[in-house]
Design a protein around this ligand. Sequence first.
Ligand SMILES: [Fe+2]
Ligand SMILES: [Fe+2]
Length: 203
Amino acid sequence: MYRKFAEQAAADGEKEAARLFTEVAQDEADHCAKFLQAEKAITGGSPRANVPTDVRAEPVEIQAGPSTVSSSRTLENLRVAMKDEAFAYAKYTLFGDRAGETGQPGLATLFHRTAAVEHAEHFAEYANLAGAVRDTGTNLCATIKRETREGTQVYPAYARQASADGDTEAVKLLNDTANDELKHAKAFSGELSALGKRCPTSS
Ligand SMILES: [Fe+2]
Ligand SMILES: [Fe+2]
């Protein structure tokens, strides 16, 4: 995915994005090699034999401000990449917790350290380039918009689909989550009002 994004960024004249997508693609190949090595070590016998743990995150400082990218295709690719990295971070953290609980501390370390790279390096670098973090008022408006959309549209639609499919447990979870998101939206709206600010009407 990132190699294709790098090619598209290069074609769009977005040199910094092309460089970043290429660099992260290389990191992912390194992660893949380490997990393959871990799998071999574990399935080959002793759980603690040769699981590699030499992964180190080099945290990137977040710069608040607008994106320097002008290509809409590259901006959309950056958003897709951010979602992918956030999802990898969340999953690897849970996988690492599980490995720790099941007596595989080396594997837990590999998952947790890789998760840190996905979040503190990859996600952060993409976020900087995409201009994901702005001033607090803008951040609040983006958050309220997202929570409201999830609470009023996204999760209710998923719940209706789940209901049509007879997945009652999923219906309950999706409805509960939708309610939570609306509470979040309300809480953030309160913070925005306390700052004496309003969102643009398009938000
Ligand atoms: Fe990553
Ligand atoms: Fe939320």
